[in-house]
Design a protein around this ligand. Structure first.
Ligand SMILES: [Zn+2]
Length: 248
């Protein structure tokens, strides 16, 4: 997956592109992000200026050490466990191999590192466009979420927390489909010792922009991105939509 997050303060806007998931990375998706940002007239002030600049300086591959040391912080939490279960086993409803009881070593080969979500309280996420905020039951939404994949690479959630902290991000806009991710990141930031810094981030979880068929736009579902939507999708339409979300 390739995500672009926009965050800013006092007119500064950071274009952030996540590329940890190399299996789903496509150069054309990367190029499309830059094309769309330009098309929408968004004035990015920080982060990569081009696909070439992204690869040279901003790819998450450059921050792998930071992610791995943050993952090490999770060992002391008591909630981290090693899980060799296959998707099929998990789909059957429960962990096998005694992983929840800590019977599998974190150092074993081909195990995912997961967070035990059973005893977590619901997470309240304040939001710039929802006065009462959003409450997420993480165990229902993302049970035992993965923080390190079986290949030893960090997952999206801890990497996102590290990047938020490293770059001093204070405002994040993302779709409401990512609310469980924000909840997971709030939990992880506490466990990694970044809780105070993460609490300073203001979130705006916006309704999803849908295609003509009412489904959310998704590259993996074949959407061509905003640039493929034609004249119905113009910068002024997007601005009006955003202003509607934030009540202006
Ligand atoms: Zn398991």
């Amino acid at each position: 997956m390739l995500n672009a997050a926009l965050a800013g303060e006092a007119g500064r806007i950071w274009l952030r592109i996540d590329d940890l998931d190399r299996a789903r990375f496509r150069e054309e998706y990367l190029e499309d992000i830059f094309r769309v940002v330009k098309l929408l007239g968004i004035k990015v002030t920080d982060g990569p200026s081009s696909p070439q600049d992204f690869h040279a300086r901003w790819s998450q591959e450059h921050r792998m050490k930071n992610y791995l040391s943050a993952l090490d912080q999770l060992r002391a939490s008591g909630l981290l466990f090693a899980c060799p279960c296959s998707r099929k086993e998990l789909a059957a409803g429960r962990h096998q191999h005694g992983c929840l009881q800590g019977k599998v070593s974190l150092e074993a080969e081909n195990v995912a590192w997961r967070i035990n979500t059973r005893d977590l309280e619901p997470v309240l996420i304040p939001d710039l466009i929802a006065p009462e905020g959003f409450t997420v039951d993480l165990h229902a939404a993302m049970p035992d979420f993965v923080v390190r994949k079986k290949d030893g690479r960090p997952s999206y959630q801890p990497a996102c927390v590290v990047d938020d902290v490293l770059f001093g991000i204070n405002t994040v806009g993302r779709g409401q489909d990512l609310l469980p991710s924000t909840a997971a990141q709030a939990i992880l930031s506490e466990m990694m010792g970044f809780g105070d810094l993460f609490q300073r981030i203001r979130f705006l979880h916006h309704p999803l922009i849908t295609g003509e068929d009412g489904d959310k736009l998704s590259k993996s579902a074949g959407a061509e991105g905003v640039s493929g939507l034609g004249p119905a999708f113009k910068p002024e339409v997007l601005r009006a939509t955003v202003n509607g979300w934030i009540g202006k």
